[in-house]
Write a protein that binds this ligand. Sequence first.
Ligand code: ZN
Length: 275
Amino acid sequence: MESLPLIITVAPTGSSTTPRHNPHVPLTPEQIADEIWLSWRAGAAIAHIHVRDDAGQASMDFEKFRRVVELVRERCDVILNLSTSGLYGATEEERLRPLAELHPEMASFDAGSTNLGERVFVNEPAFLVRLAQAMRSAAVKPEIEVFEPGFVDNALALVDQGLLEAPLHFQFVLGARGALSASVKNLLHLVESLPDASTWSVIGIGKAQLPMAAAAIVLGGHVRVGMEDNVYLRKGDLARSNAEFVRQIVGLATMLQRPVASVDEARCILGLQPA
Ligand code: ZN
């Protein structure tokens, strides 16, 4: 049987990596859009987007999001997945605005709260209801981010309440400091807790990126890579571009005989409308 094409997501910048971690972390809308374009050419089907302010700090600035989306849409048909993170003090309004006004095909849906490094990543139950409603009314597919096993239960409870709609797409985040560690056993437990017809992808933070990606390729899941999650291509070797991570995964998938999904194949797998 032909195996399911592998969807590669690139997360080029995130909110916590800085040029001190890697001088190639993109910060301006132009740099972020360039990195997405290069990653798309290398085989990424989805771009998970954060923006930075003019000082290079994490931001939910709407105009920066609008600019990145505009620049990317001019150049390629990659699936846009916008962050709704409130990790750096963004208001609920700031977190929701890009959904209704920029119409990404996907956006992150963090289905619970957790410690993350020195911070607490807060996603209160009432906000999750609001976020689910905002995504539904803007026809945005939630990427349900799971930092702890109970987040899966939270998402399933929202399905029971009619707020999220199956089939669900999950993004497991393993190895973040303060949350679930990165092991194949933890990954397998999460995968086995999903309802049938769900799709899933994995993020391994830092040095867990490559082993978690390998596990996902073998288990039939999908993979996210990029400087939001990791800055080293291999031990001691800083990535010079996000596209290098994508090429690394394409190479691994090829070796393991898993085809890589085109953008349209990814849309089909995720139940998104054709472009
Ligand atoms: Zn993110």
